[in-house]
Design a protein around this ligand. Structure first.
Ligand code: ADP
Ligand code: MG
Length: 697
């Protein structure tokens, strides 16, 4: 099969709809997809029937409403198409009603207390803007998941609401610029996904990876990433086979997998798709993560999506490349050709700058998980401090506007500035600053704080919301202005003045930047999930998010609770796994090796009392100290986990996790890791870092 034939072959996409649906039905559905028009039940019935016939041709027997609950990757509950027929047999049926609405038993999905006061069940609602697809023998229908009170229980619903909010406000601005033909504005995302591959054999041998997705112990490998020989290096044959297979599976699902390469750490790789509309990109990224793991299993590999599977080498992130464009294909973050287009571009640019500064906390919150806390600020990923990289040229232009001085471009052209004339400039030659959490890269922003396992929904909800808010403030001001151009110029100037503290073109990994950012510029630095998450409920955040109808206040409360619960549960599972490994494996192994060495010394002394046995003695002494320490640290860790039961609420439990559990975990790990460096390999119960990181050949 050629790639062109393969691409989208498992997707009920526009091509299939056009071929399978009567023209009237197709046009009506298209109106719903493109313009959000209401969907008639007769149309839904026709679509459902065509979908079912097509799915059955592809071998499907079941369908599911596929959705994204608040934790975990995706959820599905399969129903078969069968309906009993009067003659005792079955017929295959699928109605419009079943397509539009599903009722999974939602009581075991996290809902942060929302459902307790409502009915115990929620329902899923078809998102016709994201195509249905086939996975195995099941037709998957992308849906949003809500409670009967209409409250969102998933990540998709607020994402769609945030896109709508941005659309509404951006259209107001475009109309002010005389742009009357644009029908809608959408954001697009291209998420670059990092991951690790290890062999199944190694995975099975490490209970910590199996239970928590990451190594909780492990002394540093003699060789890590210091040679920089892995990044963009030759892809190993086994990995190349995996990537080839993965691409094919993704293409069949209509996912535009485009680029793949090795990453910085050994065993680390990246896959990037071509960007697409944000809600579709979100569905595709969830599917990509799922397929990555499935395909790995076929190759005897395991794909690790954890943000920090190994200490001491880079963790995995996900770069969220984001832009805003109109339905006639104009990228609003692309510098234009004329002063007028440039003015519009500058206004959208300023909207983003203002949004990122005003809602640094929401952006940090949107990427907060226990796993990602190990990356942010660990000198390998952007820091926990949010800042924007613009590049020297663009920053120079903004500075010139702020101070009403001429801007001399690098290429010598002098840019004329005045009240009516905004500068003309060439597309920025943005250098590649890889240390910035939020970088302008020519015609898009790259938000780099996301962890590899994060759903991109959360980051894009906050980004869209914050930018919608800036645009709303601008539109309110400009719509009432006596002189549009003067008001525009003043507003751009004011934004630069008020928000330039968020712009930073230097090295974000530098300690001096953290000091400068927090002490001189007053930027926020929330190191952990426990620190940032409660700020979701700060008044300014609640006001903004409810103002744009992206979340209700109750939805926000429930999300804060769920995210913190998830943080606590994740760390507690890690802590319990550590205690178990330490007490049942590491301490006994160390003890056994120390005894073995002691016996050797005794045997030697028996033969010849004059032999020194210095080596044996020193190892036995050190291991005895470490073994005691391992036992004590494990007890101490167990004790602080038990104390969590006394926490008054989830916020204080999260603080206890941060201040006691994580600290005790680090102490236990240090003792075990040191013991590993002096214990004979044959006595050590688990594969080493070198075994894991270089397991795939
Ligand atoms: P890198 O950042 O690794 O140098 P690129 O800049 O080529 O790579 O692209 C990274 C990702 O950004 C890809 O997924 C690409 O499709 C996406 N991308 C490119 N242009 C846009 C855009 N206008 N909006 C959103 N994403 C984009
Ligand atoms: Mg990139």
């Amino acid at each position: 099969m050629t790639v062109a034939n393969m691409f989208g072959s498992k997707v009920f996409d526009d091509r299939v709809m056009k071929a399978k649906l009567p023209a009237k039905i197709y046009n009506s559905l298209k109106k719903t997809i493109d313009e959000g028009a209401n969907l008639d039940i007769s149309v839904a019935n026709a679509v459902a029937s065509a979908m079912k016939d097509w799915a059955m041709e592809q071998g499907a027997t079941h369908y599911t409403h596929w959705f994204q609950p608040l934790t975990g990757i995706t959820a599905e509950k399969h129903d078969s198409f069968i309906t009993p027929s009067p003659d005792g047999g079955v017929i295959m049926e699928f109605s419009g009603k079943e397509l539009i609405k599903g009722e999974p038993d939602a009581s075991s999905f996290p809902s942060g207390g929302i459902r307790a006061t409502f009915e115990a069940r929620g329902y899923t609602a078809w998102d016709p803007t994201s195509y249905a697809f086939i996975k195995g023998k099941t037709l998957c229908i992308p849906t949003a998941f809500c409670s009967y009170g209409g409250e969102a229980l998933d990540k998709k619903t607020p994402l769609l609401r945030s896109m709508e909010a941005l659309n509404t406000q951006a259209l107001r601005i475009l109309r002010l610029f005389g742009n009357d033909t644009v029908k809608c504005v959408k954001t697009s995302v291209g998420p670059e996904q990092e991951y690790f591959l290890i062999t199944k054999e190694m995975y099975d041998a490490r209970p910590d990876i199996r239970l928590t997705g990451r190594t909780l112990f492990g002394a540093k490998s003699p060789k890590g990433q210091e040679m920089d020989d892995h990044y963009f290096g030759v892809i190993k044959p086994k990995v190349a086979e995996y990537m080839e297979d993965l691409n094919e599976e993704l293409w069949k699902l209509g996912i535009l997998a485009k680029t793949e390469h090795n990453e910085v750490a050994p065993a680390q790789h990246e896959l990037a798709p071509i960007y697409t509309t944000t809600n579709i990109a979100t569905d595709h990224n969830q599917l990509t993560m799922e397929i990555m793991q499935k395909v790995a299993a076929k190759h005897g590999l395991v794909c690790l999506l954890h943000e920090k599977p190994f200490a001491g080498v880079n963790g995995s992130g996900k770069h969220n490349n984001w832009s805003i464009s109109t339905d006639n294909g104009v990228n609003l973050l692309s510098p234009g050709e004329t002063p007028y287009e440039n003015a519009q571009f500058l206004l959208f640019l300023c909207a983003v700058i203002k949004a990122v500064d005003d809602y640094q906390d929401l952006l940090r919150i949107s990427v907060a998980t226990a796993g990602n806390d190990h990356r942010l600020g660990a000198n390998e990923a952007p820091p926990a401090v949010v800042s924007i990289f613009l590049g020297d040229e663009l920053e120079g232009i903004l500075q010139a506007i702020e101070t009403d001085t001429p801007y001399i471009a690098a290429g010598k052209t002098k840019m004329k500035l005045g009240v009516n004339v905004l500068p003309r400039f060439t597309k920025d030659t943005t250098d590649r600053n890889r240390t910035s959490p939020f970088a302008f890269t020519g015609n898009k922003f790259e938000f780099r704080m996301l962890g590899s396992s994060n759903s991109i929904a959360c980051a894009n909800i906050m980004l869209n919301a914050a930018v919608a808010e800036s645009l709303k403030i601008y539109a309110d001001r400009l719509e009432g202005a006596e002189d549009f151009e003067t008001a525009l110029h003043e507003m751009i100037k004011k934004t630069i003045k008020d928000h330039k503290r968020i712009i930073f073109n230097g090295n974000g990994y530098d300690d001096s930047w953290i000091k400068e950012a927090t002490q001189n510029r007053g930027l926020l630095n929330y190191r952990t999930t426990a620190d940032c998450m409660p700020h979701l409920l700060d008044k300014k955040n609640v006001d903004m998010l409810t103002g744009h109808k992206i979340f209700s206040e109750r939805e926000l409360q429930s999300r804060e609770e769920i995210m913190l619960e998830n943080y606590c549960k994740t760390v507690v599972i890690e802590a319990n796994t550590m205690v178990d490994m330490a007490k049942c494996y590491y301490a006994p192994a160390v003890e056994k090796y120390a005894a073995y060495m002691a016996q050797n010394a005794v045997a030697k002394k028996t033969l010849d009392p004059s032999v020194p046995c210095e080596y044996e003695t020193s190892v036995v002494k050190r291991l005895s100290v470490l073994c005691d320490r391992i036992a004590k640290c494990a007890d101490a860790l167990q004790a602080v986990v038990l104390q969590l039961g006394d926490a008054e609420n989830i916020d204080s439990e999260a603080y206890m996790i941060r201040d006691t559990v994580l600290v005790k975990m680090a102490e236990l790990r240090a003792a075990v890791d040191e013991a590993e460096t002096i214990t004979a390999k044959e006595f050590w119960p688990f594969p080493s870092y070198a075994d894991l990181l270089f397991s795939v050949r």
